[in-house]
Design a protein around this ligand. Structure first.
Ligand SMILES: Nc1nc2c(ncn2[C@H]2C[C@H](O)[C@@H](COP(=O)(O)OP(=O)(O)OP(=O)(O)O)O2)c(=O)[nH]1
Length: 184
């Protein structure tokens, strides 16, 4: 399998590619999503990913295929992005407690021969988060740098009552949907 560029600074996305044994190098795409003024979650995550890809291609060529992605969490119709501080993380997580949460991940994979654009959603029905467990999680700082301050493989896992979709999508990269295209 050809080595690709993960055009992302995300540790989680790197961990996901390693888990699926995809050979890659990592480069930051250098796009500022804060510049986007889009309230619809699907539109936001798509345009953020497009922006990351365009920003990457302004700096690098396509000698190696490149993969960019963006993830947002939504609850009650609001976009829940990365928490600014612990108080913001508490607010964002309390919006998800005992609620239906959708996590949208868009990825764009581009080589000299193909371009794949995938926008997938994983829906969760969470049980109410335990107050002390939430406090301990907030103290851990593990929520930092994570969309919606959530970790579906970590803190949130024991509160999953129902799930529809891939865990990888919820973590930030729908790798299973990418694999068939990596041989092109
Ligand atoms: N471990 C873990 N990470 C998650 C989960 N949900 C989202 N994330 C991470 C994946 C991404 O690193 C981050 C979403 O933020 P972005 O899509 O803006 O990517 P990020 O800024 O990390 O890197 P990038 O913009 O691609 O350079 O949150 C989860 O459930 N578990």
């Amino acid at each position: 399998m050809q080595t690709i560029v993960l055009g992302s600074s995300s540790i989680t996305r790197a961990e996901l590619l390693n888990k699926f044994e995809v050979p890659f190098i990592q480069r930051d795409a250098g796009f500022d999503e804060e510049s986007l003024r889009i309230s619809d979650p699907a539109h936001f995550v798509y345009h953020a990913t497009k922006g990351k890809m365009q920003s990457y291609l302004e700096k690098y060529d396509l000698e190696m295929p490149v993969l960019c992605a963006d993830t947002v969490v939504t609850a009650n119709g609001q976009i829940l992005r990365k928490a600014k501080d612990r108080a913001d993380a508490k607010r964002i997580l309390e919006a998800q407690s005992g609620n239906t949460v959708s996590i949208l991940s868009c990825m764009i994979y581009k080589s000299k021969t193909i371009e794949l654009i995938d926008l997938s959603t994983t829906d969760y029905l969470f049980l109410p988060f335990d107050t002390k467990a939430l406090h301990d999680y907030l103290q851990s700082d593990e929520w930092q740098g994570k969309a919606g301050a959530c970790m579906v493989e970590g803190f949130c896992k024991s509160y999953i009552k129902e799930v529809v979709g891939l865990e990888s999508t919820a973590m930030g990269l729908s790798v299973e949907k990418l694999l068939p295209f990596l041989t092109f």
